[in-house]
Write a protein that binds this ligand. Structure first.
Ligand code: ADP
Length: 240
């Protein structure tokens, strides 16, 4: 008799688990003698391959959520897991290595090193991870700069690039280790509307090529174009 596979699916594989899972996450910031509850029990699951916009008023806790997901900061209570792996089990050093390999981060103000060329900036995460030879790191950085349309400005310094071009370098840098997750904290917030739209299209393309993308935005119009919009208010997910 043929076994009925459908009713015996077997143990779940990691592909069936969310890539990111936050369960009852709380974050309390202590300011002097005053505690401020920035996150008040956030539950959020993001599947591999999703393109998610995080929206909400200033101060609602969006950056804090990103910091929990990237392990830049730790929750006061609750749990954060990446691909079923609890971040709380990692030491600071393990977290840094894990982050370098699995998460690419893009910031509002690009955060490029001003004295380095586009190519050197885009290779930095690989230098940190000591991955490959110097030549291989530059090859990879060159490839990623080509991908974001900056193949002809490899040796320009950030000051010689427009805001949009600097953000492209930052996106290339975020791709250095070929991470599964790209996180953006207001990645279009410092760009004019047309350039912001271009940057968003680039994120869509990366998402179509398999990256999970999670970004914070104030731009409602851009957010509505994401596959999923998660709304944060007063330290809680209120929608999405
Ligand atoms: P958003 O990204 O939605 O603007 P944040 O996550 O940056 O919000 O901040 C949420 C709340 O926590 C705000 O009231 C902010 O002032 C506070 N906060 C954020 N980071 C810190 C910190 N390091 N120390 C104290 N308070 C903080």
């Amino acid at each position: 008799m043929t076994p009925d596979l459908a009713s015996h699916p077997g143990p779940p594989t990691s592909a069936e688990q969310p890539l990111i899972q936050l369960a009852a996450v709380e974050k309390v910031y202590r300011m002097g003698k005053v505690d401020y509850r920035a996150l008040r029990g956030v539950d959020l699951a993001v599947e591999a391959g999703e393109l998610v916009a995080l929206v909400g008023p200033s101060g609602s806790g969006k950056s804090t959520i990103l910091n929990m997901i990237t392990g830049i900061d730790r929750p006061t209570a609750g749990a954060v897991a990446f691909d079923s792996q609890p971040l709380e089990e990692m030491s600071e050093e393990e977290l840094a290595v894990w982050r370098g390999a699995n998460v690419g981060i893009i910031f509002q103000f690009f955060q490029l090193l001003p004295t380095l060329s586009a190519l050197e900036n885009a290779a930095l995460p690989l230098d940190f991870l000591r991955r490959g030879s110097k030549r291989e790191r530059f090859e990879r950085a060159r490839h990623n700069l080509d991908l974001v349309g900056l193949g002809d400005k490899l040796h320009h310094s950030p000051a010689e690039l427009s805001g949009g071009e600097q953000q492209r370098v930052a996106i290339a840098r975020s791709l250095a280790s070929d991470p599964r997750l790209i996180v953006g904290d207001e990645p279009t917030g410092n760009l004019d509307t047309a350039t912001a739209a271009e940057m968003f299209e680039l994120l869509v393309r990366l998402n179509q090529e398999g990256k999970t993308v999670l970004f914070v935005t104030h731009d409602r119009e851009l957010a509505e174009r994401a596959q999923r919009v998660v709304e944060i208010r007063d330290g809680l997910v209120v929608e999405g």
